[in-house]
Write a protein that binds this ligand. Structure first.
Ligand code: ASP
Ligand code: MG
Length: 471
């Protein structure tokens, strides 16, 4: 008898058709005798709507949050009415949804009166999406004969109090999940747990960052000792590239934890970048599958690099980034400038996606998201004001309209000539490479090109990945 954790994303719980598939998938697995842990996202669009509702409330707009509550009520009630027969369970589930939305309205009212939303209140408000979907999905499963029960992860995943992107406190989380979820599983109950959210030791609701329910799925898989984690989504698996950029994109049958981690970090939307972290040491097999095409086997993700060394596995890109360059003749041999630069960038709230320094030490550059570029520039120039005044540092130059292109493949490690092929291909296609970085893991190469060259760069490199698939 296997224990399987299944996480269903927003689109998988976002419509009656999708939920019908969820019910079938979970019921079949439970009937086979598996112990199933279900982890759910909010219905598609719900998290965005909740975030907008708090922001609008803070800006003085009452209408927005009232209308959001109304729409969310309609969507969840529709599901309850379609999947749960008239009776006690239906009534109780509808009441739960109403109670959650009443809290939403109360919190938004408070925000509206105060004229500002703290990140703690925002987290409480956005958590309502997952809380509602867990209850509605559990009821739909019960109506189909599955002994399901909804759980809030607020007292299962223990986090610090960095609201909006909290960090998991592992030992306490492990203990809670073992104590509170394992006995339930033993009794034959299918827990339907909220993804995306956790709680502080004091019991305040936190969130794990946007898209974080994949990560939740992996946390539950790890501490329930699951034999497999399945991320059910709306595509057939992890692809060789974004099909919107190149229609020839194919589903990868297998990819390693490390490769998928690089892909997720560098812009592939299929998994939250932290997903593999909780299962890394356990080696739990992770599968990405399509709720809307359940016959497709999906992509298997595991600990081992693939035995057949396909060199380039996949190509991905991040748009809407800026390249920041710090330069100055007086920087050579002066320790600490890079450190202070990165620290002030972090303090400005900008995440660094890629770093590159040439050996002349007269400049180094790094990439951040567009919307943080100017804040980061100001923070760095303030930090280095003395060096700038002395003329040792010229300042920070911001280049916009660029993109980071990343090729991923564990087979690059120890295979000479891969970067040669990559950059020759760029040259042949008149793509100007602005900056380059290769991770020490040698599992990916990233470089910066102008937005205009992005498509051509991705398609050309994807040719190399497809060669590898067919080889
Ligand atoms: N509902 C959350 C979000 O939209 C978490 C998730 O779906 O993974 O970000
Ligand atoms: Mg997601």
């Amino acid at each position: 008898m296997a224990t399987i954790t299944m996480k269903f994303g927003g689109t998988s719980v976002g419509s009656p058709e999708a939920i019908q598939n969820v019910v079938t998938i979970v019921s079949e697995s439970a009937q086979r005798g598996d112990k199933v842990v279900v982890v759910v996202s909010a219905m598609s669009g719900a998290t965005d709507a909740l975030i907008t509702s708090v922001n609008e409330a803070a800006a003085g707009n009452k209408w927005a949050y009232l209308s959001t509550a109304q729409k969310l009520r309609d969507r969840h009630e529709e599901i309850v009415n379609l999947f749960t027969p008239p009776g006690k369970d239906r009534e109780r589930t509808v009441q739960d949804v109403h109670a959650i939305l009443a809290q939403h309205t109360e919190l938004c009212q408070a925000v509206n009166i105060l004229g500002e939303a703290t990140s703690r209140i925002s987290d409480a408000v956005v958590s309502f999406g997952e809380r509602m979907s867990a209850r509605v999905i559990a009821a739909a499963l019960r109506a189909n004969g599955v002994n399901a029960q909804a759980f809030d992860a607020t007292n299962l995943i223990v986090t610090d109090d960095r609201f909006g992107g909290a960090s998991v406190l592992w030992a306490e989380t492990e203990q809670r999940i073992r104590e509170r979820l394992l006995p339930v599983l033993e009794e034959g109950v299918v827990p339907v747990v909220t993804g995306f959210i956790g709680g502080t030791r004091q019991g305040h609701v936190t969130t794990l960052g946007r898209g974080g329910s994949d990560y939740s799925g992996a946390i539950f898989a790890a501490y329930t000792g699951s034999d497999e984690l399945i991320i059910w989504t709306d595509v057939d698996g992890v692809m060789t590239t974004d099909p919107r950029v190149d229609k020839r994109a194919q589903v990868l049958p297998y990819i390693s934890y490390q490769e998928v981690g690089e892909l997720a970090f560098y812009g592939a939307k299929v998994l939250h970048p932290k997903t593999v972290q909780p299962i890394l040491n356990l080696g739990t097999p992770l599968r990405v599958r399509n709720t809307f095409n359940p016959r497709h086997p999906g992509t298997l993700i595991g600990r081992d690099p693939e035995p057949s060394a396909t060199v380039i596995k996949a190509v991905t890109a991040i748009r809407k980034v800026s390249l920041l360059t710090v330069s100055g003749k007086g920087m050579m041999g002066v320790p600490g400038i890079a450190g202070r630069t990165f620290l002030s960038t972090a303090q400005a709230g900008a995440n660094i996606l890629m770093i590159s320094q040439a050996s002349s030490e007269q400049n180094f550059c790094f990439v951040v998201l567009d919307d943080k570029a100017n804040e980061a520039k100001h923070a760095i120039e303030t930090e280095l004001a003395a060096e700038i005044a002395r003329g040792d540092v010229d300042g920070v130059d911001v280049l916009g309209d660029v993109a980071v292109v990343t090729v991923v493949g564990a087979g690059m490690r120890g295979t000479p000539g891969v970067s040669g092929r990559v950059f020759t291909a760029m040259g042949d296609n008149l793509v100007n490479v602005i900056a380059i970085a290769q991770g020490a893991s040698e599992c990916s190469i990233s470089f910066v090109v102008s937005e205009d060259n992005l498509k051509s760069a991705v398609v050309t490199l994807h040719d190399l990945a497809l060669e590898a698939v067919s080889a």
